[in-house]
Design a protein around this ligand. Sequence first.
Ligand code: SF4
Length: 872
Amino acid sequence: MITVNGRPVPSGGTLLDACKHAGAHVPTFCSDEKLPAGGHCRACMVDVGGRLMPACTTPCRDGMEILTETETVRQYRRDLGELMVAESNPRGAVKAELEKWGVTGERYGRAKPSGIHDESAPYLRLDTDACIRCHLCVRACSDIQGQFVYSMQGRGAGAHLGWGNVPFNETDCVSCGACVASCPTEAITDVDHLRQAADPLRTVQTTCAYCGVGCQMTVHARGNNVVDIQGAPSPVNAGHLCVKGRYAHGFARHRDRLTTPLIRRDGRLVPATWSEAISYVASRMNALKGHVGGLSSSRCTNEENYLLQKWLRAVYATNNVDCCARVCHAPSAAGMRVALGTGAATNSLADIELADLLMVSGSNTTEAHPVTGARIKQAVLRGAKLLVVDPRRTELAELADVHLQTRPGTNVPLLNSMACALVEAGLVNREFIHARTDGWEAYEKFIRQWRPESAEAITGVPATLVRRAAELYGRARHPMQVHGLGMTEHYQGAEGVMLLCNLALLVGAIGRPGVGVNPLRGQNNVQGAADMGCQPDLLTGYQNPNDPQVRERFERVWARPIPTTKGLTIPRMYEAIRRGELRGLYIFGEDVVQTDPHAGLVAETLKQLDLLVVQEIFLSETAKLAHVVLPGASFLEKDGTFTNGERRVQRVRQILDPPGDARPDWRILCDLMAATGYAQPFRHPSEIMDEIALVNPAFRGISHARLERNGLQWPVPSMDHPGTPTLHATTFPIGKGRLSCVEYLPSPSLKDAGDKLMLITGRTLAHYNSGSMTRRTDNVRIREADLLEINDEDAARLGVDDGAQVRVHNENGEAIATACVTDRVQPGTLFMTFHFPESGANCVTTDVVDRLCDCPEYKLTPVTVEPLRDGR
Ligand code: SF4
């Protein structure tokens, strides 16, 4: 026991912990809960038995008597404050504290302004005059984001904050805002901070609506505007955010927002009332019954996705419903269901901290899932090993112990050869294989044929590297895998994922914390859209419509028959439209004309429809073709839930009103259901979730009330169940894990490719998918157009200069981009982003799909590149 100002408190932790426990105020300028104590600012001195000691770094010892407000302490603080103002011009919280200490600036004088200000970056503002050298920004940048932009330059009284003697926008800063969040003195601020009133009117905690990491954020709003977003404490992001989550919110009040329903009349989309639009859509959909389908929205909430598939199934008796999981992680779900019985991440993002080896396959994590990418970087800086499988030299590949730089389209031979190396090196866990897997005998015989030395000719990866990777993976105690679309968007995408599962099963890295196979889900709620049953073969909760027990449950709750005939996937819907069999399509929050492959054909296909309805927040490329456009709400304007890539169902909370006549999407769907004779009783999304819990056994224990704190990871089979951070602890839903023997079948794209270059498409940090949201924010100042990465050798051969405009083309169409000549890509390989409609990246991607689940092969497109001369 110790005492603080005479009050007994338990000893343990630091003096600062004890003072907090006792409710005693101790000033700290260099302390941040996200970082270990630094002891730089010396503001937290307290009196311990007559001696001054730093509270943040001194451990408690039994019997200590701590005093926080003695005259010695006050005198010390005043002296410290006078020294601080002699060296800097603190602002914000520091300035306020110094004023409380009675600091006047008379003792040693006041610092002269140095004039080092920088406003070159779109969001951050730097003014080193206010810097008190607390090092928090330096540590936040290195220890949270792993970016190392800042340093303290110089020594002693001349030390000052620096970033490499270049304008700030030329540094490696990724605009995550961790430095702003930690700076106590406004030496580093941001445009939101400057806009923020001292006392914003409203605050909610909600879930980021960009990627599938699902970061928790605290949103401040004044009037109907967001003024500031901060990271919230959560197991998902521990208070950290990326440039999209923290800053890219300006789209919500952008003048391009749809504010009224639109109906096409005489070839033009013209404003209509809600009652006109709803009755128009209802009557046309009813007239086309038997020939309709719908695409659901991975950007919208679980409750809304649930309603869309319920409407199509119950009213139109069709399973023609799909979502963008089809074009990203459907192969993960399919492959993992075959191997493990559940098509979702086996572990939690927080497990990255437990892993001693991370294997990142086909994922540019630091750009596509930035907060998870930062977490992986931190794990590596702490000593975890890193394997990267990727044709590109990504940021993580640069940090990797082994980078397996494959030729595009060769994941299957690469992973088979790595498994062979594991078996040959005797690094497999025979006990686990015997107890928990099926198919070992046949598999062992099969896999021994895949020696890395033979696979090298196909993959281009030296056998020594494959054997080294297998050695590291096989010897790790906690080898944890994450994978992205570089693994799934291939002709053998689902089979590639089965091979990732093989690796985990071979070494027993399933069913415990810190290991597993974890798809990094792309869109914020693509996991949820699939969970809710927006798939043509499975109902809510991945349940089989042909199972009589399942059907009975749904029919009881829905009071309608459940269709049992398998519906159409997105590519099959397009084929059916071209055959004239599918005549009405309802597209909810997806811009397929920009994001689906062979975009020219997609647009021509949609034009053949008798009815195209698009529910959207902007007039997207797809909405421009619609017969009816219904204006929905952004995630800031409605309640509900999203499910992130680790199966965590989290709350989405409204803080703004939708603009104009736009409505929350769940209301629009309820209105349509009522207008089509299937009125729903829901007054709030929480009531929809209550119904989801009735039909989906994995959600039986989920309600909005139970999600209040950190959400819950499904399955949650009962109302007192705490959720499931780790799947397959003792058994698999299919009994035993399945080791799959997968032969390599080269993609049709590789046949007759001749000397064409192979294009891979993907995301960049500042933008998100179709870019409809991020392009309407200052993120365009970070990246204003799509880039085409091309290797130096190819660029020289083709006469392409860095920064020049190039034409990328094949028989499907052409795309235009700015060339970035780089050795991040290998000779023969190109990489291009697809965020800007004017560049048309998806005009060239092909119709080749995963042979098991119809996911397009975005990562392998044969193209020709030529420089554009005089704009042609
Ligand atoms: Fe949002 Fe993803 Fe960035 Fe997190 S990492 S803030 S979820 S975009």
